[in-house]
Design a protein around this ligand. Structure first.
Ligand code: PMP
Length: 385
């Protein structure tokens, strides 16, 4: 049996999205910057898709900038804001549990004259506003905190952070990729100035990202050229992908409530039954403030990579954490930030379900995982019952 429980790393494109994209490769292939009939049709598709995608977050079409993915959106948000607003200050705050792209952007800014503080989290991976407030100075211009962790699924107190930043005139960026399609997102209501989204995270094609830029927020562009996307991101827009993402949003409008209900049941079964079937297995992340599709565990005496390989042999695709850092030998920075020791962080497993997950798959994992863990523990000189 083949089981895929790694929806956080990659999602299949919904077949309805593929169907919506096809005409834009061949029949409707125009460049939206052209003035002829084909160009007009592309412009119409672009405008319509932009409005639809903005609707996902209750925003206006002219607050949406298309990019090549979440990494680029994070770059444009953080570097673009820092460069444009450096006269106001040179201090930026990010969180300990943000995606590696945000951490590396922060390092880049540090090398280029900015100072960066990292706000810590509690053992569930959650930020406390006071810890953020303790790091704010009169030079702080931007706070960037993920909406939810792509690893342990902990959801941050985003509205609280937004209100705090707004009161002090500090811009607030959130990478909402992990929460997209799972939680209802409303940047205007939550005091968010900049929000990163990605197409694949809602079953659209890869290689397309979005940056929500609230009206009035000024950024320096990082990709300079013909001035597309209101000069914020030059280059011909990827119309097939954009039309695909718009279709993915339409599907969510119809189906998100039901599917999130389904994911929650799957997640809760995993969270209740895995620790009850496997001794010395602990949940990582928050028990309540948690993404509805995320179950993340730590097993004493287990090495995560070995566990993944055994699961792979049993037909189960899962993850130890972020795919973006899986090729390094370093333990997850997110788990370390929650206070785990290196060896504890190395013994973790992330299971994320999605649109095509079935009861049969969940049952198979619940039946297979205990034997796999037991087998590995028998081989481990470190594990004592
Ligand atoms: N932010 C988060 C929270 C992510 O999980 C990812 C990876 N899916 C990214 C940013 C980077 O996305 P991409 O590789 O599509 O640019």
């Amino acid at each position: 049996m083949e089981v895929y429980l790694d929806y956080q790393s990659s999602k299949p494109v919904d077949p309805r999205v593929v169907e919506a994209m096809v005409p834009f490769f061949h029949e409707n292939f125009g460049n939206p910057s052209s003035l002829h009939t084909e160009g007009d049709a592309a412009t119409e598709a672009l405008t319509h898709s932009r409005e639809t995608i903005a609707g996902l977050i209750h925003a206006d079409g002219d607050e949406i900038v298309f990019t090549s993915g979440a990494t680029e959106s994070n770059n444009l948000a953080i570097i673009g804001y820092a460069l444009r607003n450096k006269k106001k200050g040179d201090h930026i705050i990010v969180s300990e549990v943000d995606h590696i792209s945000v951490h590396n952007i922060a390092k880049y800014l540090e090398k280029n004259g900015f100072t960066v503080s990292k706000v810590p989290v509690d053992r569930y991976g959650r930020i406390h506003l006071q810890k953020l407030a303790d790091r704010v100075t009169d030079r702080t211009i931007l706070v960037s905190v993920c909406y939810a962790s792509n690893e342990i699924g902990t959801v941050q107190p985003v509205a609280e952070i937004g209100a705090y930043c707004r009161e002090r005139g500090i811009a607030f960026h959130t990478d909402a990729v992990a929460a997209e399609g799972l939680l209802s997102l409303d940047p205007a209501q939550d005091g968010i100035d900049l929000m990163t989204l990605s197409s694949n995270d809602i079953y659209g094609p890869k290689g397309l990202g979005v940056l929500f830029v609230r009206k009035g927020v000024r950024l320096s562009p990082l990709v300079i050229g013909g001035g597309q996307e209101r000069g914020l991101r030059s280059g011909t827009e990827n119309i097939p992908a954009i039309a695909g993402m718009a279709k993915a949003v339409e599907i969510l409008h119809e189906e998100m409530t039901d599917e999130v209900g389904r994911f929650t049941l799957f997640r809760d079964r995993l969270i209740e039954e895995i620790p009850s079937r496997i001794p010395r297995c602990y949940l990582n992340g928050h028990t309540k403030e948690r993404l509805p599709n995320n179950a993340h565990f730590r097993f004493d005496g287990i090495e995560g990579e070995a566990l993944l390989l055994r699961l792979k042999a049993a037909g189960i695709s899962a993850s130890t954490g972020s795919a973006c850092t899986s090729k390094t030998l370093e333990p997850s920075h997110t788990l370390i930030a929650t206070g785990l020791l290196h060896e504890e962080a190395h013994g973790s497993l992330e299971l994320t379900c999605g649109r095509f997950t079935t009861d049969t798959e969940i049952n198979y994992v619940l039946d297979t995982l205990p034997g796999v863990v037991e087998g590995l523990r028998k081989l481990s000189p470190l594990y004592k019952e």
